[in-house]
Design a protein around this ligand. Structure first.
Ligand SMILES: C[S@@+](CC[C@H](N)C(=O)[O-])C[C@H]1O[C@@H](n2cnc3c(N)ncnc32)[C@H](O)[C@@H]1O
Length: 228
């Protein structure tokens, strides 16, 4: 367990020897990279084309991005369908060590438990059952690798690419994977990730995305935003 600089708790993966979030603040990082640079940006650029945004997350992990997306959807009164995949779900003891519920409005605290504990669907096809967490937040979780999943074409508006780093899992940061996500994205979709390595940005570009570097959260100079 790791208490990060903004008081939010993160974990370190024994399997990959890497933390799930930045030590400078798990919630601050997630809000900056995924909620503000990805979800909010996509909404602001095309508010009229956002009646029900579809979000795809690579790497559900502790569920923090999902929890903060629920809060955003409630604040904005905009419905979100959130599809997350995770190959190695956390166990009960690991989930219990987290304090994500301290970072949402009081009435949403019990929803954090539901987000973290609802079952993972299995199988290669994307159409696993969706769970209604709130009137503004439907969730679908699948235990599957990004390398194996089949995704629908032209489907997602926002993609949170939150894999462990390319040094640790280079096989996930390839043009092949980004091509799969490009095909699964709708026009104007935005993919964000904390990584700004040149080779990763080139792989995103080769997959078809327009790629830009934008300022990062505390402790990280820049992050990457990719647009279809
Ligand atoms: C940086 S963590 C994600 C943190 C998470 N988004 C959160 O809000 O807590 C990366 C996640 O990717 C998962 N992962 C690793 N290999 C994967 C694969 N091939 N397909 C899908 N998920 C994978 C890891 O188990 C880990 O949970």
């Amino acid at each position: 367990m790791l208490i990060t600089d903004d008081g939010s708790i993160s974990l370190k993966s024994a399997q990959f020897d890497e933390t799930y979030h930045s030590k400078f603040g798990a919630v601050s990082e997630s809000k900056h990279v995924f909620i503000n640079a990805g979800l909010q940006e996509r909404y602001q650029r095309h508010p009229k084309k956002s009646p029900k945004l579809r979000v795809f997350e690579m790497g559900f992990g502790t569920g923090l991005n999902a929890v903060l997306t629920l809060q955003w959807a409630e604040d904005m009164k905009l419905p979100i369908v959130y599809h997350a995949i995770e190959l190695f779900p956390l166990d009960e003891a690991q989930l219990n060590a987290l304090n994500h519920a301290d970072f949402v409005a009081g009435e949403l605290r019990e929803k954090v438990y539901q987000i973290q504990h609802c079952d993972f669907g299995i199988g290669r096809i994307a159409y696993a059952p969706t769970v209604g967490i709130s009137p503004y937040f439907d969730l679908k979780k699948q235990q599957i690798s990004i390398l194996d999943i089949r995704l629908p074409n032209d489907h997602f508006d926002v993609i949170f690419f939150d894999a462990f780093s390319p040094n640790i899992q280079p096989e996930l940061w390839t043009e092949h994977v980004f091509q799969k996500l490009y095909n699964a994205s709708r026009k104007n979709a935005i993919l964000t990730t904390y990584c700004v390595k040149g080779e990763i940005r080139r792989a995103l570009q080769n997959a078809g995305f327009f790629v830009e570097k934008i300022p990062g959260p505390v402790g990280k100079r820049e992050i990457t935003r990719a647009i279809k």
